[in-house]
Design a protein around this ligand. Structure first.
Ligand code: A3D
Length: 320
């Protein structure tokens, strides 16, 4: 059987890391697309040359021609600009919206059957716009944010408890911005919910609160350290987890920016929710029970995303 084809639209920091991870995991043949001349070709060749030492098979191509993504099974979109210190994700909206238009049209013309994972910020608005521009079915277009935000939360919790990150589960929902919703009640160490761990004296509510805040600021913390761009290793790993669940029909339960209809009080918008990803794309949106405080946090986050979507409509008339 032919290897799956993975198209990476954007061959910058995340795009290059995605290509390397896809190679090492032998997920399929990789096409790196970018408008920066030479970058996708150079990275494709470099990664291919790591094959003999790493021991993987696969074809790697760099291109600036959308025709080369023809028939892709998965497209992962990082095209656009990342933030610099002092910028919020929302500051990227105008410039990245134009990029989503060209990417959406490229995917529509050449890879209409792909499962599309958007990473470009501001995430929830960009995945919505990408879906609008591409016209693909909603269940085949999804945003990566919750897996990364949850991984950051899990990492910080594992440091606090001194346990393996593998035994910490966590849920971060809502929009991928300052209003994201880390759900303490649904986060556990080996199945023990965090509030119970406070009762057991393993940690304090104050410490949990500060971990929640550090998770919300997790992207900015790395932007502040790197100074020239934003995080890329963990964002790429998170998107690969989603792509692998689709390609191998794993039916992983992963928080993603998915199109939500008839759940969470929504009638059709993209926001971070728990989903099941399998061979059909987003196969299920899981509606979890929330208490009043959690609902209020989720609503605030939903309102922030709605504001960004309205801003997109104001910029590009074809979206209105
Ligand atoms: P960077 O290394 O700058 O790569 C972006 C690439 O996009 C560059 O190589 C550009 O040449 C290319 N590009 C620009 N315009 C186009 C276009 N029209 N068509 C094709 N390629 C184009 O950035 P990065 O890889 O670090 O980040 C990419 C995006 O991901 C940014 O918008 C970040 O804000 C975002 N990001 C999101 C998360 C989430 O968790 C959602 C995390 C980290 C970064």
């Amino acid at each position: 059987m032919a290897r799956p084809k993975i198209a990476l639209i954007g061959a910058g920091q995340i795009g290059g890391t995605l290509a390397h991870l896809a190679a090492i995991k032998e997920l399929g043949d990789v096409v790196l697309f970018d408008i920066a001349e030479g970058t996708p070709q150079g990275k494709a060749l470099d990664i291919a040359q790591s094959g003999p030492s790493e021991g993987f098979d696969g074809a790697f191509k760099g291109t600036s021609d959308y025709a080369d993504i023809a028939g892709a099974d998965v497209c992962i979109v990082t095209a656009g600009v990342p933030r610099k210190p002092g910028m919020s994700r929302d500051d990227l909206l105008g410039i990245n919206l134009k990029v989503m238009k060209s990417v959406g049209e490229g995917i529509k013309a050449h890879a209409p059957n792909a499962f599309v994972i958007c990473i470009t910020n501001p995430l929830d608005a960009m995945v919505w716009a990408l879906r609008e521009f591409s016209g693909l079915p909603h269940e085949k277009v999804v945003g990566m944010a919750g897996v990364l935000d949850s991984a950051r939360f899990r990492h910080f919790l594992s440091l606090e408890f001194g346990v393996s990150m593998r035994d910490v589960t966590a849920f971060v929902l809502g929009g991928h911005g300052d209003t994201m919703v880390p759900l303490v009640r649904y986060s556990t160490v080996a199945g023990i919910p965090l509030p119970d761990l406070v009762k057991m004296g393993w940690t304090t509510q104050e410490k949990l609160d500060s971990i929640v805040q550090r998770t919300r600021d997790g992207g900015a913390e790395i932007v502040g350290l790197l100074k020239t761009g934003s995080a890329f290793y963990a964002p790429a790993t998170s998107a690969i987890e989603m792509a692998e669940s689709y390609l191998k029909d794993q039916k992983r339960v992963l928080p993603c920016a998915a199109y939500v209809q008839n759940a969470y009080g929504l009638d059709g918008m993209y926001v971070g929710v728990p989903t099941v990803i399998g061979a059909n794309g987003i196969e299920k949106v899981i509606e979890i029970d929330m208490n009043a405080e959690e609902q209020a946090m989720m609503q605030k986050s939903i309102d922030a995303v709605k504001g960004l979507v309205e801003a997109c409509k104001g910029i590009d008339n074809s979206l209105a």
